[in-house]
Design a protein around this ligand. Sequence first.
Ligand SMILES: Nc1ncnc2c1ncn2[C@@H]1O[C@H](COP(=O)(O)OP(=O)(O)OP(=O)(O)O)[C@@H](O)[C@H]1O
Ligand SMILES: [Mg+2]
Length: 234
Amino acid sequence: MTNLLELDNVNAFYGSAHILHDLSLNVRAGEQVALIGRNGVGKTTVVNTILGLAQMKGGHIRMGGKEITQPRPYVAAQHGMAVVPQGRRIVANLTVEENLLLGAATGRKGPWNVSEIYKLFPILQERAHTPGTALSGGQQQMLAVGRALMANPDLILLDEPTEGLAPVIVDQLAGTFQRVADQGTSVLLIEQNLSLVVRVAHRYLAMAKGNVVAQGPVLNSPEGLKDIEQHILV
Ligand SMILES: Nc1ncnc2c1ncn2[C@@H]1O[C@H](COP(=O)(O)OP(=O)(O)OP(=O)(O)O)[C@@H](O)[C@H]1O
Ligand SMILES: [Mg+2]
């Protein structure tokens, strides 16, 4: 299977702070992978490095098999990646609909458009013309997911998409992620909620101190949950 995304011995920094140490991982076409690990191990920095927001010094990033020498948000987007960032980052002075349309900037074709996102999350249609940041936390997360889907990505990177949300919203989002996966979209799910991980992912990568220290299959069962639990216990 083709590697959509490959990090090969990547070292990444914020200024002089060395965060990722010879980190390697890959996500293949149609694959759902979870990236787990305790607070502060560098999960978000993986996303930031892919987007060029953390500085890569040494190592390689490949997207669709092509070496990316200067990662940038638009480069990732052009290679079919869409990100749901930790903390959602809804644009405050844009409406819900305008936030959604931002996601379509690359013009990639596929199943997702504004009316499909409204079918998925009807509340977003009801609130289409209100400022994005006027929504509740759960609604803002739906908007962040909708905005990423608008890019019709081959790979969606989800950075703690259920952090701080009520169980009923988490359940709805889990259903959405399963549906996206069923369409053949690859998923890299960063998540501490392991019951979500076992519903969505088939393989896990566990991080500690800026590196991937364990990996294996994810089984959607109590045993599968127990297998991966040790990697995020604090
Ligand atoms: N902009 C920054 N400048 C300097 N250090 C940073 C910056 N952002 C994060 N760090 C540090 O980098 C390390 C990894 O942070 P990162 O946000 O990648 O962790 P994480 O695994 O995503 O954690 P969490 O689960 O809390 O989101 C931490 O020690 C953090 O303090
Ligand atoms: Mg993080």
